[in-house]
Ligand binder design. Structure first.
Ligand SMILES: [Zn+2]
Length: 363
């Protein structure tokens, strides 16, 4: 088992192309072809976590937060981040992070929070990620094979349906030039070919692999492919989740439930302006940027982390804001990693870190 065999399952689920510009998700230390016999899952990589990996013979550490986001100018051991790198390199430990790409998929960080709270009827709070119509023309007898290659690679997935495409028959014309090797027709002669026009909806993150694949599998030297940007929003990528509890719950009881599920030392919340809550918005990590979206989506309560003093005024008693802590909101992301990598590697070879890496303590 190599590093890339495991990281590719994570990237199929949360493509790296979905990460924010400032982020550093992906393989941070090591080599994609290094052998892996054991995996350690964590929220943050700290020196204690690297020690834990060494002691447990884990040669791949998968973390939610990247060990470093800013570029390092040297590897002298003058801060904890560099000491982690040095220790990891000396002990052949690979370090991988799935960060804002894992925030940006419907079943990612916020989706896991929604699972824990048993929210139903879920939607993305702030959709992100463009959709395109990917359109190409294939000679009749080759059309099914070419189309299948694209659809098998994940193009044409709409909600719970996969392999969606629209196909029409028509006549294509072309005149092969001097240095061509045409699949059909003759050099220097105008040719007419019966072709199938195939239209498939493709999300932004699959676009470049679809273009590459089409060029690989298409019989023509110069396959024509039209990429048309759509105004439609991708319903499965973006930030935060809005959903509903099966039944309205007394707000105090619900907050107690949240406190226990997320093992919160404390919950900071705005005034309890609603006696009961049913519609719940969540966002893992620092979610203040989605407060307005949560209100627009008619959430009774919005649960996230890192709210500032003034954020609590902004709801004007139209919604309850609950800050459960950054670490607390993201701690279960490790379970997503577990579900993904155990598709490829034995459950016995995957462990959750036993270290609580939350740097914030409560008195
Ligand atoms: Zn975070």
């Amino acid at each position: 088992m190599q590093v890339k065999d495991l990281t590719s399952v994570i990237e199929e689920f949360a493509p790296l192309s979905l990460q924010e510009d400032y982020d550093n998700a992906g393989l941070i230390c090591g080599h994609p072809e290094n052998e892996v016999s054991s995996v350690l899952l964590c929220t943050d990589v700290t020196e204690d976590v690297v020690e834990e990996a060494i002691a447990g013979n884990h040669n791949l550490v998968i973390s939610h937060h990247p060990l470093s986001i800013k570029a390092l100018k040297n590897l002298v051991p003058d801060n904890w981040i560099k000491r982690c790198f040095i220790k990891a390199i000396k002990n052949d430990i690979n370090i991988y992070a799935a960060h804002t790409n894992m925030d940006a998929v419907i079943n990612g960080v916020s989706g896991k929070m929604a699972d824990k709270l048993e929210l139903i009827e879920r939607e993305i709070l702030q959709p992100a990620g463009k959709l395109y119509t990917f359109c190409f023309y294939t000679p009749m007898e080759e059309a099914e094979r070419v189309r299948a290659a694209l659809l098998d690679a994940g193009a044409g997935a709409i909600g719970n349906y996969s392999h969606c495409s629209f196909n029409t028959q028509g006549s294509g014309t072309f005149l092969p030039g001097e240095n061509t090797h045409p699949f059909c027709g003759e050099r220097g002669e105008l040719h007419t070919e019966t072709e199938i026009k195939t239209e498939i909806t493709v999300p932004e993150q699959l676009l470049s692999s679809c273009i590459r694949l089409l060029n690989e599998v298409h019989p023509y030297e110069e396959p024509v492919c039209n990429i048309i940007p759509l105004e439609n929003q991708n319903p499965v990528t973006g930030f935060g989740i809005i959903g509903e509890l099966e039944q309205a719950v007394n707000t105090h009881e619900f907050l107690q439930r949240v406190k226990s599920i997320f093992h919160c030392g404390i919950i900071r919340h705005s005034p309890i302006c609603k006696p009961e809550v049913k519609r719940v918005a969540v966002c893992g990590g620092s979610g203040a940027f989605l407060s307005q979206k949560a209100m627009q989506a008619a959430a009774d309560i919005y649960i996230s982390g890192d709210f500032k003093y003034h954020d609590f005024f902004m709801t004007e008693n139209r919604m309850i804001l609950a800050d459960i802590g950054h670490y607390e909101s993201e701690q279960y992301t490790k379970e997503i990693f577990y579900e993904l990598v155990t598709k490829k590697i034995s459950k016995f070879a995957v462990q959750f870190s036993k270290i609580n890496t939350n740097p914030i303590n409560y008195l």
